[in-house]
Structure formats: structure tokens, C-alpha cells
Design a protein around this ligand. Structure first.
Ligand SMILES: CC(C)(COP(=O)(O)OP(=O)(O)OC[C@H]1O[C@@H](n2cnc3c(N)ncnc32)[C@H](O)[C@@H]1OP(=O)(O)O)[C@@H](O)C(=O)NCCC(=O)NCCS
Length: 237
């Protein structure tokens, strides 16, 4: 049986890692279910497929310590919008970018994460089309050197929030106003009930040794029954 990890009601456990797949990691395919394998097989390059196998296997290994089952037996379903669903009162959010993955686990539903590699982001083209007027005003006050970093941060905040509310980027990201400090999210488009309950933390503020090449955000909504939530990074299994 895997070692048990206890998660309190007001805790968020955050796991991140940058990994490289090795030929021996092929064996890890056996721990994935058919749905995961078909997602892996849809990725274009063999390198990306090999890496995703390891990332998904890592997610199973981590979750197995909370669920007290073997990694192969962790049940992961999805709601119609693509949000992952885990049994036993656990909620997760995950994100992958290049060699990094980020996984957040909580006992309350309002949790979302996003990680982006800065190199990928540069290939995304003009992201300003997804930014709100508030975001653009913020960028216009920055030096050209800081604009790239600030706009990728805005992006990871929007995507983490979008996963937290469970819609993904079905909502127009331009409608989300994400503040530049840990603060509540505002919404410029159609009113979004409970948007003011959300908080955003960038990973480099939480983790001193977070790799510079990546930018990541955790979004969480503190449940009404709790005053605060703590975020910690337990050791990797
Ligand atoms: C959700 C979305 C933001 C993911 O972005 P991405 O940059 O492609 O991928 P990331 O690596 O950051 O995140 C992938 C993870 O997001 C999670 N995710 C996907 N949809 C989600 C949703 N609606 N809510 C919360 N999390 C979601 C999944 O856990 C997924 O990983 P997994 O499939 O291994 O479990 C993006 O796919 C999106 O908005 N799509 C639009 C909505 C959509 O098409 N939904 C699919 C309907 S089936």
C-alpha cells in the first residue's frame, strides 16, 4: 500500500516537477487507463507522448497516496467540460507545459492551476487579444522588458481561474480581470456569481526554487465555512 498523505479541509497541496522521459519509462503506460492512453496518443511528437506518459503516471502515483489504492486503481473521470473528477472528496487541477507539470489537490472544489513555458508562450502569437482593458492599462505602465513576463502571468492567472471555475477557456479570457497582486478576481463581462471569492497566487511567490523558464498560477476560492487556506508543497513520492 502506498504511504498515506493527509490533506486537511483548509489545505492545498501543490506538486510540480520538471522531468525528462527515459526509454524505461515506457513501462509506465501500463499504469494508465484507456482514456489517458488515447489522450497521450493524440499528441503529435513521440517526445511529447513519452513525456505525458510519465506526467500522467506521476499524477497517479501522487493521488494513490491520498486514496490508498495502487496508482493503476486511481479513478479519474471528467465532467462534460473536461474538468477532472476524483472520488473520496478530493478535488484536483492540473496543467502541463513542456517538461513541467503542476498538480493541485484540495478538499474543496474551487481549485485551478496553470503552468506555461515562456518559450511556448512566445509561439502563441498576439496574446493581447485575450487581455481586458484593465490588463492593457497595466501593461502600458510597464517597461518593454517587463511586458512579456507580465502578459504571460496574466495568461496563467486567467487559465488557472478558468479551470478553477470549471469552464476552461469557454468564457472569453478578455472578460476576466486578474489583478497583479494576490487579490480577488474581477469580472468585466457577464456577471459571474462568486467571482470575488477567488484568489490567485503565482508559483514563484510560493516556491523559491521554481524554475525560471516557467510561469505558473494557482487559483482558489476559499469556501464560506473557512477563513483561510494554506498552500504547501509536500515532498514528491
Ligand atoms: C481547459 C483548458 C484551459 C486546458 O488548457 P491547456 O493549455 O490545453 O492544457 P493544460 O495542460 O494547462 O491543462 C490540461 C488539464 O486541464 C484540465 N481541464 C480541462 N478542462 C477543464 C475544465 N473545464 N475545468 C477544469 N480543468 C480542466 C484537465 O485536467 C487537463 O489535464 P488532463 O486531461 O490530463 O486531466 C483548455 O483546454 C480549454 O479551455 N478548452 C476549452 C474548453 C473545452 O474545449 N473543453 C473541452 C470539452 S471536452
Amino acid at each position: 500500500m502506498p504511504e498515506t498523505v493527509v490533506l486537511g479541509d483548509r489545505q492545498v497541496h501543490l506538486y510540480w516537477e520538471t522531468i525528462h522521459a527515459t526509454p524505461q519509462d515506457d513501462d509506465l503506460r501500463a499504469t494508465l487507463n484507456d482514456d489517458e492512453l488515447s489522450r497521450v496518443d493524440r499528441l503529435q511528437s513521440p517526445e511529447k507522448r513519452a513525456l505525458r506518459v510519465v506526467q500522467l503516471a506521476r499524477r497517479r502515483r501522487i493521488l494513490s497516496r491520498y486514496l490508498q489504492v495502487a496508482p493503476r486503481d486511481v479513478i479519474i473521470d471528467y465532467d462534460p467540460n473536461g474538468r477532472p473528477l476524483i472520488p473520496d472528496g478530493l478535488y484536483i487541477s492540473c496543467s502541463y507545459s513542456q517538461h513541467a507539470y503542476l498538480l493541485a489537490i484540495s478538499r474543496f472544489p474551487g481549485i485551478g492551476v496553470d503552468v506555461e513555458n515562456m518559450h511556448d508562450y512566445r509561439e502563441m502569437g498576439d496574446v493581447t487579444r485575450h487581455l481586458s482593458k484593465h490588463d492593457m492599462d497595466t501593461l502600458s505602465s510597464l517597461s518593454p522588458r517587463d511586458v512579456t513576463m507580465a502578459s504571460i502571468r496574466m495568461w496563467t492567472r486567467k487559465e488557472a481561474f478558468a479551470k478553477g471555475i470549471g469552464t476552461g477557456l469557454f468564457h472569453e479570457p478578455r472578460d476576466m480581470v486578474v489583478p497583479s497582486s494576490p487579490d480577488a478576481v474581477r469580472w468585466e463581462g457577464r456577471p459571474l456569481v462568486g467571482a470575488d471569492l477567488w484568489h490567485l497566487r503565482d508559483l514563484e511567490d510560493l516556491e523559491e526554487d521554481f524554475v525560471r523558464e516557467y510561469v505558473a498560477t494557482v487559483a482558489y476560492a476559499i469556501p464560506a465555512s473557512l477563513e483561510s487556506v494554506t498552500i504547501s508543497t509536500p515532498p514528491l513520492p
